[in-house]
Ligand binder design. Structure first.
Ligand code: SAH
Ligand code: SF4
Ligand code: F3S
Length: 464
């Protein structure tokens, strides 16, 4: 006779489909949810049609992102109805920042959803789904009070190995900056730093199982602070210096940063830490001081340009990327010209740009001088033309340079392998598959829209 299973043990294999709509933290959350549900018997479905549980991992940052959730839900109606009277009903969960922001309102707007779960409650998913199986509609969106990082789990060894050479590690969550356009402080809560011991333990484990590149994640990652072994207060630079000592860690990155928290130590880390990649995402949002003030960014354009100059002095090959919002309330043509001038002065390697979207409950939504849609569209197109030209020039400037490339997988063509440059560009090279997993120097010879091509700068000698 097989041993009897406890009441709450997984009874059967089920298929899980998670669709993510948001930022890198949101994508990382999807992995964590899957990790959490694997021991419960959930494996990955190949398609929505194949799934027993569909999780919409939502984003609330702009109106369009939020509305997408309801249109996605509408598309699940037929599937849900067809299976409602069967022994295997389809379960639908809304997770992520819309779940956090709208909560029970989601149940009011649609009867399709069984579970609403905020980003800080994913560790309760197994119990929540058992309650759903008993026929309840479940909602959990409270921010945790005691262990603020209970929802973070380090995946099992086999999962780490399957994910490859790069991993995200959350070190900080939430934001206290309250930029006047932004919902994040409301959906992700107050800023909290994960304790250093937990971060080190997770990175050590990832490194032991083959991870070579770590991206530290946080809504405001450079606000991270903690206590070093001797009891001293340290910031992100101190944390990264410690992580760089872990055997196997070849590359470190961090995202997303706020200009106010780029302290001297962090700038110096770009000079002193060889593992810290010379590529920094540093959102500026706008180039006009009046608009920056109205956005509550608490830095000026000059402050931003000074930071860029100091970063470039510390690490001359550093490249920058940024986020911009056009059409913030009150933005005049002269304000917008200042944004273009700032972009022109910095020369970004890549840029994300958005039309301002008024978010209910944020101060920006109530400001006078909302900019008409056609003006936003026109300004976005002008900014796009400028920054796309910059991105192209940056890629072209790689030709003739030798770059370290971390090889990750076979390429599309036989005999080719593909890796990533320090600037996250895919690089395709003719080389044996045995080079996968290693970082090797590559001489760049040509580019396409999004990729680089090259050949090995020296004969291939792999480290022991
Ligand atoms: N924590 C990160 C991510 C914030 S959201 C950060 O501080 O950068 C990512 C980007 O979305 C922001 O940098 C901003 O450019 C954009 N964004 C945020 N709220 C927005 C809004 N209401 N309308 C348009 N774009 C917005
Ligand atoms: Fe939003 Fe500003 Fe916080 Fe970034 S720093 S998450 S833009 S409030
Ligand atoms: Fe969106 Fe939430 Fe990230 S609102 S951008 S998923 S923190």
């Amino acid at each position: 006779m097989p041993p009897s299973l406890p009441d709450d043990a997984p009874q059967q294999r089920r298929k899980l489909f998670i669709k993510s709509f948001g930022c890198q933290m949101n994508a990382y959350d999807a992995q964590r949810m899957a990790d959490m549900l694997r021991p419960e018997g959930y494996e990955q479905a190949q398609s929505v049609q194949d799934a027993d549980l569909i999780v919409l991992n939502t984003c609330h940052i702009r109106e369009k992102a939020t509305e997408k959730v309801y249109s996605e839900l509408g598309m699940l109606r037929e599937m849900k109805d067809q299976r409602s009277a069967t022994a295997n009903p389809l379960r639908v969960a809304v997770a992520g920042c819309v779940a956090q922001a709208e909560g029970a309102e989601i149940f009011r707007r649609t009867d399709l959803v069984d579970l609403v779960v905020g980003p800080q409650s994913y560790h309760h998913l197994p119990q929540q789904l058992r309650d759903v199986a008993r026929g309840q509609r479940v909602i959990e969106t409270e921010f945790p009070v005691d262990d603020k990082f209970a929802h973070l789990v380090t995946p099992q060894a086999d999962v780490i190995a399957r994910r490859g050479l790069s991993a995200f590690v959350t070190v900080q969550e939430g934001c206290d900056k309250f930029c006047s356009f932004c919902v994040v402080p409301y959906t992700r809560g107050m800023e909290v730093s994960r304790p250093i011991e937990a971060i080190i333990a997770e990175v050590e484990r990832l490194a032991q199982h083959g991870v070579r590149e770590i991206t530290l994640l946080g809504q405001n990652v450079n606000a991270w602070h903690g206590l070093a072994a001797g009891g001293n207060n340290i910031g992100l630079a101190g944390l990264m210096a410690r992580l760089a000592e872990i055997p196997g860690i070849l590359r470190l990155r961090y995202t997303t940063s706020h200009p106010l928290d780029m302290d001297d130590d962090l700038i110096a880390a770009h000079r002193d830490l060889p593992q810290l990649m010379p590529f920094l995402h540093l959102p500026v949002q706008a180039g006009s001081d009046a608009i920056l003030k109205a956005m509550n960014r608490r830095h000026t354009a000059a402050h931003y340009l000074d930071l860029v100059a100091r970063l470039r002095a510390a690490r001359p090959d550093i490249a920058l990327s940024s986020d911009f919002i056009v059409g913030f309330p009150g933005e005049t043509e002269a304000d917008f010209a200042a944004t273009l001038a700032l972009a022109e002065a910095v020369q970004f390697a890549s840029t994300f740009f958005f039309k301002y979207s008024a978010r209910p409950g944020t101060p920006g939504a109530d400001l006078p001088g909302q900019v008409p849609e056609e003006v936003k569209i026109e300004r976005l197109a002008r900014l796009q033309a400028l920054v796309e030209a910059q991105r192209h020039a940056f890629n072209e400037s790689m030709i003739g340079k030798t770059l370290p490339v971390l090889f990750e997988k076979p390429g599309r063509h036989p005999g080719q392998i593909t890796g990533k440059s320090p600037y996250l560009q895919p690089v395709h090279v003719e080389a044996p598959a045995s080079a996968i997993g290693h970082e090797l120097d590559v001489m760049i010879t040509s580019t396409s829209t999004n990729s680089l091509f090259g050949h090995r700068a020296a004969p291939l000698t792999l480290p022991e």
